[in-house]
Unconditional design. Structure first.
Length: 667
């Protein structure tokens, strides 16, 4: 099952902007090495499929998922009526909240873990006219957690929430079992448990078409067919009154489901070669833990994603993505991509990742903090191109004990929600956060234009501008959290300087049309209450993406006095100056064409050697190779399509002794 990693796979990962699995990144700089066929064996991440026979032929009255939606029998509390003790600062509460009935909210018998929705189930975000969510729970059966527990390992139950009627119902997951050799042939099932006999943790679930995928932490992924739901209440041989029995009773004819009306049998398992161990994540050559699941509909084809929960003492966990075809895992269980998550050892919740998902250019991760005492947080990241770096784009506090993640309402506007569920008794709920609301990015901004400027704790400007050229849609924010008033000055290319904003405690719009046609530069600082003058100011920083005529800031590694890096513009010409030392490897390049095509760069030295310097220049990218030049190097960019459209060769200019201006030559 082990397959070699081809250059096409690696390039596909680069184009997708994912940090690929490699050596563990350093704590201070979460970089990840590129995958090669020798550095990362793929075998430990491969999964083999094993069918679980019998689930489609139980002698019990069948039901449909639509029946379960229609027969939802427990009232959920929605919105402001759904409250919890430990919550984020006022004004930052989850935009959507669903609370369970007190018996489910407070029980210590069952703990919710996974979440999925109709948006995962079908691209039109509906299931036969129904709108809804699903949540997985595992049975603790631990007298130390609940002295009144009956001690029976009941496995996993799934809550089906009808979000239109605001009601929900539990159904029990079961696993068909073969008939013992000494008994007549029968159809039977048991609770869904681990190989060791405990309840499956079910830390993540994905509802995709007719299938429900459930995470099996140590072994892989369980599969359930939603066309095989059975109704014990409607069947004359079904029992829904005994909460201590499951499967075929001793009388040989009565079927039980621990008192639940509906049972859903397993139809298969995707398994690794050897079980993972505990929650201390292993190295790259060991089987991966499948702690959580999510669906990626931004890729083509859709992908099922699994990731690891790691204790704080471990390094960041791994993530793998499998392509889906006809509702099933494709490529014989070999992941399409694999990479390490961001290193959160220096973050608030460290590496306790309970859920993760991707939506186009962003990744979201849920982390739990200090058990039942601290709010959990949701991180948002954007992976950069070469060099692979997770670029943090902020966090949101949420309920205590956040778990799995699921993306719902993938359209434009303010309905793009990330759903999760919190697990602790008395504080559990289903909740959702708006992925692009004013807590992260002002709603007035078009996110494709970039992000607003933020003044960070060290007093420097970071991020991209979010505004229209010749317009007044500049936003700024002081993120230093020191309680001091902050103001912003803006300077136009005409040399005019004005106070744009007097206070940026929150996201603040610079409501002035600067009539710029090229660039703006921003500066922030404290403003004296008596003099009105700036003091303790930040440096001036130019506007970046979204402002025609402005080039992004220089990479920090470059000395601005050396000039600017090369940028490949819309006309496929190279402009700007080099930023590097002669006989060194400090060349930087950028694809500024914004046409979403993969881009690569060749470099030619005075010795006549041609080398591939960079495979993707979606962002500023360093050509980390010492070309041993003592006079000149020349750069050439090209798109990776069938025609390999090349730009002209352009020689290095200022900063490289021996080069005179810009010289162009043939290929």
């Amino acid at each position: 099952m082990i397959k070699p990693i081809t250059s096409a796979l690696v390039l596909a990962a680069v184009v997708a902007g994912l940090a690929l699995l490699g050596t563990e990144p350093a704590a201070a700089e979460p970089r990840v090495e590129t995958v090669t066929a020798t550095s990362v064996p793929r075998g430990p991440l491969d999964l083999d499929y094993a069918e679980t026979p019998g689930g489609a032929s139980l002698p019990i009255q069948r039901a449909t998922l639509s029946d379960v939606f229609a027969q939802a029998n427990r009232a959920a509390t929605y919105g402001k009526q759904c409250t919890f003790d430990k919550q984020p600062t006022k004004g930052k509460e989850p935009s959507v909240r669903w609370c369970f009935k007190p018996a489910d909210r407070d029980t210590k018998d069952w703990y919710p873990q996974g979440v999925t929705s109709d948006a995962d189930a079908h691209s039109d975000e509906s299931w036969n006219g129904h709108k809804g969510l699903m949540v997985s729970w595992y049975d603790t059966s631990d007298p130390e957690v609940d002295p009144d527990d009956d001690g029976i390992e009941k496995g996993v139950r799934v809550t089906v929430v009808n979000t239109e009627t605001r009601k929900y119902r539990h159904l029990l997951l079961v696993e068909p079992v073969p008939t013992p050799p000494d008994r007549p042939a029968t159809k039977n099932y048991r609770a869904v448990t681990t190989d060791e006999g405990g309840s499956l943790h079910a830390g993540g679930i994905v509802w995709y078409g007719r299938y429900l995928y459930v995470a099996d932490t140590k072994r892989g992924i369980r599969v359930f067919d939603l066309d095989n739901i059975y109704d014990l209440s409607a069947d004359p041989n079904g029992d829904v009154n005994d909460p201590t029995k499951v499967g075929l009773g001793n009388d040989g004819k009565t079927y039980h489901g621990y008192g639940y009306r509906y049972v859903l049998p397993q139809v298969g398992r995707w398994e690794n070669d050897a079980p993972g161990s505990g929650d201390k994540c292993a190295g790259k050559d060991k089987p991966m833990l499948h702690s959580w699941l999510s669906l990626d509909r931004a890729s083509t084809p859709d992908r099922l994603i699994a990731g690891e929960y790691c204790v704080e003492s471990s390094g960041p966990g791994r993530v793998a993505a499998w392509s889906l075809k006809d509702g099933k895992i494709a490529n014989r269980g070999t992941p399409t991509q694999a990479f390490r998550m961001p290193n959160l050892k220096r973050g608030k919740c460290q590496n306790n990742i309970q859920g993760g998902l991707r939506n186009q250019k962003h990744w979201f991760f849920n982390a739990s903090c200090k058990g039942t005492k601290e709010n959990g947080v949701m991180y948002r990241f954007r992976p950069t191109a070469l060099p692979f770096i997770w670029q943090s784009e902020g966090i949101k506090e949420g309920p205590v004990g956040p778990e799995d993640l699921s993306y719902r309402y993938r359209g434009a506007g303010d309905k793009r929600l990330v759903y999760s569920v919190s697990e602790h008794p008395g504080r559990r709920m289903i909740f959702a956060r708006n992925t692009y609301d004013d807590y992260w990015v002002p709603r007035i901004c078009d996110h494709s234009d970039g992000e607003p400027y933020a003044f960070s704790k060290n007093g420097k400007l970071d991020g991209l501008t979010c505004f229209e050229a010749k317009g007044d849609d500049q936003w700024v924010k002081d993120t230093r959290k020191d309680g001091r008033a902050f103001a912003v000055n803006v300077r136009t290319e005409y040399g005019k300087e004005r106070t744009c904003v007097d206070d940026t405690a929150g996201w603040t719009e610079c409501k002035y049309n600067h009539k710029e046609s090229k660039c703006l530069v921003f500066r922030g600082g404290h403003k004296g209450s008596s003099t009105g003058e700036f003091f303790g100011t930040t440096r001036w920083v130019s506007a970046a993406t979204g402002n025609p005529g402005c080039r992004p800031e220089l990479p920090k590694i470059c000395n601005p006095s050396d000039g600017e890096p090369y940028a490949f513009g819309k006309g496929d010409k190279i402009y700007g100056l080099t930023c590097f030392e002669a006989k060194g490897d400090d060349q930087w390049v950028l694809d500024a064409r914004k046409d979403d095509q993969p881009f690569a760069v060749l470099v030619r030295t005075q010795y006549g050697k041609v080398r591939r310097c960079v495979d993707d220049t979606a962002g500023w990218t360093q050509c980390g190779y010492d070309h041993k030049e003592n006079e000149c190097v020349r750069f050439q960019g090209f798109t990776r399509d069938d025609t390999f459209q090349l730009t002209p060769w352009v020689s290095a200019a200022t900063g490289n002794p021996g080069c005179k201006g810009t010289r162009r030559g043939s290929r």
